[in-house]
Ligand binder design. Structure first.
Ligand SMILES: Nc1ncnc2c1ncn2[C@@H]1O[C@H](COP(=O)(O)OP(=O)(O)OP(=O)(O)O)[C@@H](O)[C@H]1O
Ligand code: SF4
Ligand SMILES: [Mg+2]
Length: 336
C-alpha cells in the first residue's frame, strides 16, 4: 500500500510489504541542468500483489523501476530508501545487488529485442542465470529452461533453445523474456510496458500469461504502463504518477469508477470502452507536463487542471481519500 506523505506507513492488511519504497528521488545531471525525473515516490508492494504504475510518457515510470534494480544510467543518482526484505537496495554493492537481481527481483523490458543478447542462443541465455544464481548443473538448467518455455506456451521448446533471438517473432521474444524473468521464481517481477511493442492479440495473450504465472507462483508484479486500459483486468492496485510524483493510489476498481484526482479522471476518461459509440470523442488531457529541469512550485498539475484554485499554489500533500486510497490534491471531492 502507498503511504501518505505525512502519516505513519500503512501496511497491507496484515501482511508485511515485500518491497517498500520510501521518498525515492532520481536526478540526472545533464549539460542543461539537473533533471528531476522521480520526486519523492512512496509505495509498497505486498507478496503476490499486482500493482500498476500508470502515467504519461516521461512521468518517471521506467526510472523508478531502474532505480529499484540499481540500473540507472551513468548520469543518474537515486536517493531515499528501497527496502527489500529489510535491506536498502540503494546501499548495496554491485555483488549483493547482482545476487538479488534475476533471483529475487526480475525485470522485463518494453523491447525484448534490445534486452536479449543477439549473439547467444536462447538456451544459453536462459540457462546462464540458473547456473550462476541457482548453482544448477547445465543439464538441470536445460530441463528447467525447457519447462519454462512450455509454461509460457512456446511450442517446440527444445528447438527454440537452439535458436538466436533474430529467428523469433516479437511475441515469441517477449514470451522468452517472461520465461527468463520467472526462471528463478522471483518474488517480484517488474514488467515495464511488457506488451507495448506487440500487436493487440499477442498483448492479450501475454497479459493472460503473466496473470496465470502470478497465480501459479504467487509472484508480486509491478506493472508499468501508460495505458490504463491494460491494467483493468490485471492489477489489484494502481498508482498514478505525474512528473515523477504520485497523484493517486487506489484499488483498481475505485480508480476506474471513482477516481479522486483530476489527472486520474482524465486518464480514465481517455480509455476507449467497448460500450463507447464511435462518435464519442476520447477526452485526452490538454496541455503538457512541467519541465523536469525547472519544476514549478505548488501542484505540478496546476497548468492543466480545470479545477485549479488559489490553494493550488501550495504543494498538496498525499492524504487519504478513502480507507485504502490516497490522493495528492487540495480538492475535498472532485466536482462532476
Ligand atoms: N540518462 C538520462 N539523462 C537525463 N534525463 C533522463 C535520462 N533518462 C531518463 N531521463 C528523463 O527522465 C524522465 C522520466 O523518464 P522515464 O523513462 O522514467 O519516463 P516513462 O514514464 O517511463 O515514459 P515512457 O512511458 O515514455 O516510457 C524523462 O523526462 C526522461 O527524459
Ligand atoms: S491540487 Fe489543485 S491544481 Fe492540483 S489537481 Fe488538485 S485542484 Fe487541480
Ligand atoms: Mg518508460
Amino acid at each position: 500500500m502507498n503511504q501518505p506523505d505525512s502519516a505513519a506507513p500503512l501496511v497491507h492488511d496484515s501482511t508485511q510489504p515485500l518491497l517498500d519504497i520510501q521518498d525515492l528521488h532520481v536526478r540526472f545531471n545533464t549539460p542543461e541542468g539537473e533533471v528531476h525525473a522521480v520526486n519523492g515516490m512512496n509505495f509498497s508492494i505486498a507478496p503476490g500483489e499486482v500493482m500498476a504504475i500508470v502515467g504519461e510518457s516521461g512521468s518517471g515510470k521506467t526510472q523508478t523501476a531502474l532505480a529499484i534494480m540499481g540500473l540507472l544510467a551513468e548520469n543518474g543518482r537515486a536517493s531515499g530508501r528501497v527496502v527489500y526484505q529489510g535491506s536498502n537496495l540503494l546501499e548495496m554493492d554491485r555483488r549483493q545487488l547482482n545476487s538479488i537481481r534475476g533471483s529475487d527481483i526480475a525485470m522485463i523490458f518494453q523491447d525484448p529485442g534490445a534486452s536479449l543478447n543477439p549473439y547467444l542462443t536462447i538456451g544459453r541465455q536462459m540457462t546462464e542465470v540458473l547456473v550462476r544464481h541457482r548453482r544448477m548443473s547445465q543439464s538441470e538448467a536445460n530441463a528447467r529452461a525447457c519447462e519454462m518455455l512450455h509454461q509460457v506456451r512456446l511450442t517446440d521448446a527444445e528447438d527454440r533453445m537452439r535458436q538466436y533471438p533474430y529467428e523469433l517473432s516479437g511475441g515469441m521474444q517477449q514470451r522468452i523474456m517472461i520465461a527468463m524473468g520467472l526462471l528463478c521464481r522471483p518474488r517480484l517481477l517488474i514488467a515495464d510496458e511488457p506488451t507495448t511493442a506487440l500487436d493487440v492479440t499477442v498483448q492479450a495473450d501475454i497479459n493472460q500469461l503473466m496473470m496465470d504465472l502470478r497465480r501459479q507462483y504467487d509472484t508480486a508484479i509491478l506493472l508499468i504502463t501508460h495505458d490504463l486500459g491494460v491494467v483493468a483486468g490485471l492489477a489489484d492496485t494502481v498508482t498514478v504518477v505525474y512528473a515523477g510524483q504520485m497523484m493517486e493510489y487506489a484499488p483498481v476498481r475505485d480508480l476506474y469508477y471513482r477516481p479522486c484526482h483530476p489527472y486520474s479522471r482524465g486518464l480514465v476518461r481517455s480509455v476507449p470502452r467497448l460500450d463507447q459509440r464511435a462518435d464519442q470523442v476520447l477526452r485526452a488531457i490538454p496541455g503538457n507536463p512541467p519541465n523536469l529541469l525547472d519544476m514549478p512550485s505548488g501542484c505540478p498539475f496546476r497548468d492543466r487542471c480545470e479545477f485549479a484554485f488559489s490553494d493550488c499554489t501550495a504543494y498538496p500533500l498525499m492524504r487519504h481519500s478513502r480507507a485504502n486510497s490516497l490522493v495528492r490534491c487540495h480538492l475535498d471531492s472532485l466536482p462532476e
